[in-house]
Design a protein around this ligand. Sequence first.
Ligand code: AMP
Ligand code: MG
Length: 311
Amino acid sequence: MKNRLILIVLLSIFVFYGCSPGLHRESQFLMGTYVEVVSEDLSAADIVFGEFKRLDSVFNIFDTGSELSRLNKAGEIHASEDLFEIIKKAKQFYELTGGAFDVTVAPVSVIWKKAIRSSKLPAKEAIDEALSHVGFDNVYLDDNSRQIKFLKLGMMVDLGAIAKGYAIDKAVLKLKEAGVSSAVVNAGGDIFCLGENRRKAWAVGIQDPRIAKSIAEKIELKNMAVATSGDYEQFFVFQNKRYSHIINPKSGYPADSGIVSATVVTKDALTADVLATAVVVAGKAKAAEFLKEFAGARVKIIDEKGNIDEL
Ligand code: AMP
Ligand code: MG
């Protein structure tokens, strides 16, 4: 019997600019996604794009010359400030989320990325073999020398669930340094709303995960970040089961927690990016536990039945 296989990539969050004369809107494809900048300030977009380009040359797992690729190849590096900072953050979130967030999931996530591209289910043996190289406990970090070292052969890091958030926060810092006080930076649905949209908060719409182009909810943000992760962004369907790009690092298989979408509003884009991914992996009960550590975060989830809930 032939199975029908589907691949769909959708954007998950929209920003409403209303009737906005004077707002400049520019986008560029960077870090594997469309980065959109909206601001009254003509210089804002170039500042943001410059920062994304700089960081993409550090974090891009598909570019063999990137610093991350050099770490993945050699298993050891004396890292730049950016690579060391992001890996340190990744470690904190690994610990805080009880391993639901684990950037060393790369040997497995690479297999699933290929599977999604080719719509072919990977062999269980390949997953199990890759899984034996996963686990942040086997990453050694030295604060003084900024050394990062994998303690097991075959380990790799994938920053796909944290790099956009990191880059947005760095870009917003650059905007502030340049005196830009009002802008939206939207990297494929990871968003920071800086200041106000002419004396009003920026309005952001969250997509309904099962109905294309339909808005489930509208939220208003000022100096806050929002990110959504979901199984509807990149996935394929095999024998009526959905396999997405968000991986449970314990099983080696795509997250199967019953949460199809998580939207997180926090003060910084990195935390929003990471928590959105981690909540989809962990599921409602475990996520509610680790979210106690993030008192300021607002988290909305949508489950398989379409129910919206707040954590
Ligand atoms: P996001 O779209 O922010 O949810 O990030 C998803 C991406 O993060 C995937 O495409 C993988 O590259 C990577 N990833 C998948 N599962 C995990 C996980 N459990 N922890 C950390 N990164 C992950
Ligand atoms: Mg993420």
